[in-house]
Design a protein around this ligand. Structure first.
Ligand SMILES: [Zn+2]
Length: 61
């Protein structure tokens, strides 16, 4: 009965997960001078370009 809510919570509140602060907070999408970036609001730094996140997990091709 609550499964849908739990899945939705995980997907919307903890994705993408901040690599510097695992299970702490998600990354924020921001438009920087270099283009769209995922940003860690806690450290106030750009982490990775949007679109490149997760690309390394798929292997090189
Ligand atoms: Zn962070």
């Amino acid at each position: 009965m609550y499964e849908g809510a739990r899945i939705d919570d995980v997907l919307t509140h903890h994705w993408p997960q901040c690599p510097m602060h695992p299970r702490t907070h998600p990354l924020n999408a921001e438009l920087s001078a270099a283009g769209p970036m995922w940003r860690c609001a806690q450290s106030d730094v750009d982490v990775v370009k949007i679109g490149e996140l997760g690309a390394t997990e798929r292997g090189s091709s």
